[in-house]
Design a protein around this ligand. Structure first.
Ligand SMILES: O=C(O)C(=O)Cc1ccccc1
Length: 315
């Protein structure tokens, strides 16, 4: 059994949006935080027991899922989500002191930031090329240190969090350059599998369903498990399993907690119709929404029905 500690990891280096998210997570208040260079390294440290958990970006309101994170949840040794946090993000273009906006030709940033600043970049710096790095802070650090790209190219500027400019000694050239001013990113705390936090009445359950033998209606079968039990899905996404062309799994977020009868019944249904099901955790919703429970779908309704069946079987 790996040894865990009170330390937590996050997608680094220092001054990433993920660090800001980790510092806002109530569960991690006062915890020692350690940066990791990639999502993979941050989650592998959880698997190895080097840290008690890691905070990673999962999805963005504009760009969608962070595939590096989804793939860690889908493949390899299982880990679970214990908490989520929503963070508004604003982007700043920054360069070494003395570099002028008009002279910028090469920019580096994280893929999520690149997607969100595309309109501004096309309008303001149409000649510039944008390279992708492992995080916005790694991009800022590369600019500050004059790190060169694979073809020896020097990056003139980075798109990163406003605090990254201060942190890496760069000069902000333009602030709030995101196309959607209300963009929000969802971050999750990933830990080793274990008993989920208690249900709060405002919870989400994440899971991965792997199809058993591709066949017509396979996705419908999966969806039916939720709809017939009145469980609303807040997200569903297909990802390649990594085991051959055309093999997909579905990553889903459902409303409710593992201990809710309707969620438990839906999970049992999935277990019957899927090749495999990976439980990715039940945790409090960051938006605090308490969705209404449909008629006949409450815990009491399910328990009452189970007791009735039992009475028939044992009459
Ligand atoms: O690169 C970062 O700073 C991250 O934490 C990932 C990210 C990038 C862009 C928006 C939100 C999160």
């Amino acid at each position: 059994m790996p040894v865990t500690s009170g330390r937590y990891g996050y997608l680094g280096p220092e001054a990433t949006f993920t660090e800001a998210a980790a510092r806002r997570l109530p569960l991690l208040l006062g915890a020692e935080l350690e940066p990791f260079a990639t999502v993979h390294a941050a989650i592998d440290a959880v698997r190895a027991g080097e840290v008690a958990g890691s905070v990673v970006p999962l999805e963005n309101s504009v760009e969608g899922s962070v595939n590096a994170t989804l793939d860690e949840l889908i493949r390899g040794e299982p880990v679970t989500i214990t908490a989520e946090l929503l963070l508004p993000v604003t982007f700043t273009l920054m360069a070494r002191p003395g570099v002028e906006l008009a002279s910028i030709r090469r920019v580096i940033t994280h893929p999520v930031a690149e997607a969100q600043c595309r309109t501004w970049m096309n309008k303001t710096l149409p000649e510039a090329t944008v390279s992708l790095g492992s995080s916005t802070a790694a991009a800022a650090e590369a600019v500050a240190r004059g790190v060169t790209g694979p073809a020896g190219e020097v990056y003139d500027a980075a798109i990163a969090a406003p605090i990254a400019a201060d942190h890496y000694g760069l000069t902000p050239l333009a602030g709030d350059i995101g196309d959607d001013k209300d963009a929000v990113t969802r971050f999750v705390l990933v830990t080793q599998p274990g008993r989920p936090p208690r249900g709060t009445g405002s919870d989400k359950t994440s899971l991965v369903a792997y199809i058993r033998d591709d066949h017509p209606g396979a996705l419908l079968e999966i969806l039916e498990q939720f709809s017939t039990r009145g469980v609303n899905l807040t997200r569903i996404e297909s990802r390649p399993t990594g085991n051959g062309m055309g093999r997909y799994c579905f990553v889903m977020d459902a409303e409710g907690h593992l201990t809710d009868e309707r969620v438990g019944e839906a999970l049992m249904g999935l277990r019957r119709v899927c090749g495999d099901v990976r439980f990715l955790g039940s945790y409090p919703r960051a938006d605090g929404i308490r969705p209404p429970v449909g008629r006949g779908m409450s815990n009491d309704d399910f328990r009452d029905a189970a007791a009735w069946l039992d009475s028939l079987r044992h009459a």
